[in-house]
Design a protein around this ligand. Structure first.
Ligand code: PGA
Length: 261
C-alpha cells in the first residue's frame, strides 16, 4: 500500500482524478469501479473538466458503482444512479449502457447481487476501483462485521451511516435503511484500488483502516490484503497517521510519483 499526503483537499482530488485519467489514456477500455459520497463530487468535476478541456475520452470505458439504496428509483435525487448521472455520466461521453449500478428497484433482492457480480465478470473485472471511507470504516456499504470475503448483496445500514447520509434526505427519516453493495471480496478482486479520504473528521477512521489491524469491524482495513493500493489523503485526514514522515518521503522521492509532483 502507498499513502500519499497532499497539502489540501483540492490537491488530493486533482491527484486522484489524474491517476484515473492516466489509466484511461493508457487503456481506453478501462473498467472503473466508482464510488459516491460528498468526497467524490470534486473528483467527478475534475474528470468532467479533463473531458471538456483536454478531450479525455470515455467512449469505450465501462463503470460499475459500489452500491445503491434499495427502494430508490433512478430519478430519485438521492439515488446513486441520479448522483452519478448528475456529477459524471451526463457530463462526459460515456455510453449510458456501459454504466452500471445495482438495481435498487429490483423485485429480486436476493438475486440482484449475483446478477451484478455476473455483469462485472462479463466486463472482464474491474481495473481500477475508486473508494471512499465511511465514518464507521465502511467501503461501499460494507458495514462493520461484513465478511471480508463478502460478495455483492443487500445489507442493513448502521446508525452511523444513517447519521452521515440522512442529512441529504428530506425528511431525514426517508433514507432507506438497506442498500446493495459490492462485497469486500468483490472490491478486493479489482486489479487496483485508489482510496481518497479528506477532512479532519475522517482522520481517526483512516488511521485505523490503514495502520490498524485488519478487522471486519473496519472493513476498509481489508485493503491491506490487496497488492496494488494507493490511498490519497489531505493533511487534515492524515493528522492521526503514524507513518507520515515515510509517506511524504515516498511521494517526494519515489520515481513513480515524479510526474505528479
Ligand atoms: P463521504 O462518504 O464522501 O460523503 O464522506 C464516504 C463513504 O461513506 O464511503
Amino acid at each position: 500500500m502507498e499513502v500519499v499526503i497532499r497539502p489540501t483537499e483540492a490537491d488530493a482530488v486533482r491527484l486522484t482524478a489524474a491517476i484515473l485519467a492516466d489509466d484511461l489514456r493508457k487503456n481506453p477500455e478501462m473498467v472503473f469501479g466508482l464510488a459516491t459520497g460528498a468526497t467524490m463530487e470534486a473528483v467527478y468535476a475534475e474528470l468532467t473538466r479533463l473531458h471538456r478541456e483536454e478531450g479525455l475520452d470515455f467512449s469505450t470505458a465501462k463503470t460499475f458503482n459500489l452500491d445503491e439504496y434499495i427502494g430508490l428509483p433512478a430519478d430519485d435525487k438521492n439515488s446513486y444512479r441520479y448522483y452519478m448521472n448528475k456529477h459524471l455520466f451526463n457530463n462526459i461521453n460515456i455510453k449510458m449502457a456501459n454504466t452500471h449500478l445495482p438495481n435498487g428497484m429490483t423485485d429480486d433482492i436476493k438475486g440482484e447481487g449475483a446478477r451484478y457480480e455476473a455483469a462485472i465478470k462479463a466486463a472482464g473485472g474491474v481495473d481500477l476501483q475508486l473508494l471512499g471511507i465511511g465514518q464507521d470504516g465502511h467501503i461501499g456499504f460494507n458495514e462493520p462485521l461484513s465478511s471480508l470475503a463478502s460478495r455483492t448483496r443487500d445489507k442493513s445500514l448502521t446508525p452511523a451511516t444513517f447519521r452521515q447520509n440522512s442529512i441529504y434526505f428530506d425528511p431525514p427519516e426517508s433514507m432507506p435503511l438497506r442498500a446493495f453493495t459490492m462485497g469486500v471480496g468483490t472490491i478486493l478482486d479489482a486489479r487496483k484500488l485508489v482510496m481518497l479520504v479528506t477532512g479532519e473528521r475522517k482522520a481517526d477512521i483512516l488511521a485505523k483502516a490503514v495502520e490498524g489491524p485488519v478487522s471486519s469491524m473496519v472493513t476498509a482495513s481489508a485493503i491491506q490484503f490487496h497488492n496494488n493500493v494507493t490511498v490519497i489523503v489531505d493533511e487534515a485526514a492524515a493528522s492521526k497517521l503514524q507513518g507520515k514522515e515515510y509517506y511524504y518521503w515516498n511521494f517526494n522521492h519515489a520515481p513513480e510519483w515524479e510526474k505528479y509532483r
